[in-house]
Design a protein around this ligand. Structure first.
Ligand SMILES: Cc1ncc(COP(=O)(O)O)c(C=O)c1O
Ligand SMILES: N[C@H](C=O)CCC(=O)O
Length: 428
């Protein structure tokens, strides 16, 4: 790490818990100290010491078109001339809601919030209000933000820091969150049977990014859809990561399964702090002031955030072939890494879909939290550092997915694959 980043991290620890504003940024799981980033453009991050890195996380997903994408920047500049926030309805937020309903199959009506956390917290409240039931089912290792109901066997930074069940969540709250292993339909059937008529919602990441990248097995999403239909349970896809990433209409479009409700974030903000939840009009009509379930926000629908997000979605809607490029980039990187593994005689597990992937340092098939945890996290730390030394910025935890962007060109892919081969060889 460069001198300026080191100095800033030391200073930050005096004022910010752990020196960071979100735990996984602290590099605790991979050793070393975090880089402090001063700017980013296209495929690159530039730190305070002027080192340049090819970015494989893209702000944890939002920057799917690369950093400082011009049409988005232009729209934000234009909008900020009219001031930053009004706390009143705007034309922009109507455009935003319209484009989301056009693009995401399950969403007939949508409410904008400020983060993915707010979106999931609000979605389960609405599902509870709509069904008159209290319990929800979530899956071990899935992460839905830091709402109390979800910090139970939570993925992402919570597993990374070894705190999947956060202190501070009351027993009263925790008892209404039922847990099942991901990709295990039988476990869900048993929970539903044992809690008949009491489950308001099943919430999941339709492709998990928060225990590393884990894909739904064939028939799994359809199986959950069927259970929800039979038992009148609200099926919620948390597409904060996968929305507009795995297809213009997210994982639900890619896998052809329509949930009752969807939560969104990341890409819909174009890099600004935004979330949204939406779904069938019949359910969304329960949201205040149309209905009785209360949810509000001083900065919800903020013009800056709407400008960035709308410019991003409009570009995606008008250029659907960008997904072909993302698929090709993902395929080329993943198959190149697999070739290196074969050449080096290494048997590790690669999970991949579109522009999301994770390399797990285990020879087990990774399909749920238990198998994800079979990975060698120490080896992952060495791999992370070896890649960083070669100018490639990965997610600083094994329990995160990587997110590719359209800014990656041939030269970047070549550099990524070269660094991968050298790093894998170095750390054995
Ligand atoms: C699937 C998923 N849901 C919800 C969230 C929470 O979003 P935010 O960090 O914007 O609160 C995240 C990421 O943090 C996520 O990956
Ligand atoms: N996995 C998290 C969200 O996607 C990582 C971002 C964070 O918690 O800081």
């Amino acid at each position: 790490m460069g001198k300026k980043s080191a100095k800033l991290f030391a200073k930050a620890q005096n004022y910010i818990p752990g020196g960071v504003n979100s735990p996984v940024r602290a590099f605790k799981a991979v050793g070393g100290n975090p880089l402090f980033i001063k700017k980013a453009k296209g495929a690159y991050l530039i730190d305070e010491d002027d080192n340049q890195y090819i970015d494989m996380i893209n702000s944890w997903g939002p920057m799917i078109l690369g950093h400082a994408f011009e049409p988005v920047e232009k729209q934000v500049r234009k909008t900020l001339k009219n001031s930053f926030s009004f706390g009143a309805p705007t034309a922009l937020e109507v455009d935003m809601a319209k484009i989301i309903t056009e693009m995401v199959p399950s969403v007939e009506k949508v409410r904008m919030v400020n983060s993915g956390t707010e979106a999931t917290m609000s979605a389960i409240r609405v599902a509870r209000g709509y069904t008159g039931r209290d319990k929800i089912i979530k899956f071990e290792g899935c992460y839905h933000g830091h709402g109390d109901s979800f910090l139970i066997s939570a993925g992402s930074g919570a597993i990374t820091m070894g705190e999947p069940d956060s202190p501070g969540v009351t027993k009263g709250t925790a008892k209404d969150t039922l847990l099942a292993p991901y990709n295990d339909l039988e476990a869900v059937r048993k929970l539903v049977e044992a809690n008949k008529g009491e489950i308001a919602a099943i919430i999941l990441e339709p492709v998990v990014g928060n225990m590393g990248c884990v894909l739904p097995e064939d028939g799994y999403l359809q199986g959950l859809r069927d259970i929800c239909d039979q038992e009148k349970i609200v099926l919620i896809f948390d597409e904060v990561m996968t929305g507009f990433r795995l297809a213009p209409g997210g994982a639900q479009e890619r896998f052809g399964i329509t949930p009752d409700m969807t939560t969104l974030g990341k890409i819909i903000g174009g890099g600004m702090p935004v979330g949204a939840y939406g779904g069938k009009a019949e359910i969304m009509e329960f949201v205040s002031p149309a209905g009785p379930v209360y949810q509000a926000g001083t900065l919800s629908g903020n013009p800056m955030a709407m400008a960035a997000g709308y410019a991003m979605l409009k570009h995606i809607q008008e250029n659907p072939n960008l997904y072909k490029k993302l698929e090709e980039t993902g395929e080329e990187i993943v198959s190149g890494i697999k070739d290196s593994l074969t050449e080096l005689g290494l048997v590790y597990t690669m999970n991949h879909v579109g522009s999301m992937y994770s390399l797990f340092f285990t020879n087990q098939k990774v399909k749920d939290l238990e198998t994800a945890k079979s990975t060698n996290t120490e080896l992952f730390g060495k791999y992370f550092q070896a890649m960083l030394k070669r100018g490639i910025y990965l997610a600083p935890s094994q329990f995160e997915s990587l997110f590719l962007s359209t800014a990656l060109k041939k030269k970047h892919i070549k550099a990524i694959l070269k660094a991968n081969r050298e790093s894998l060889a170095e750390i054995q």
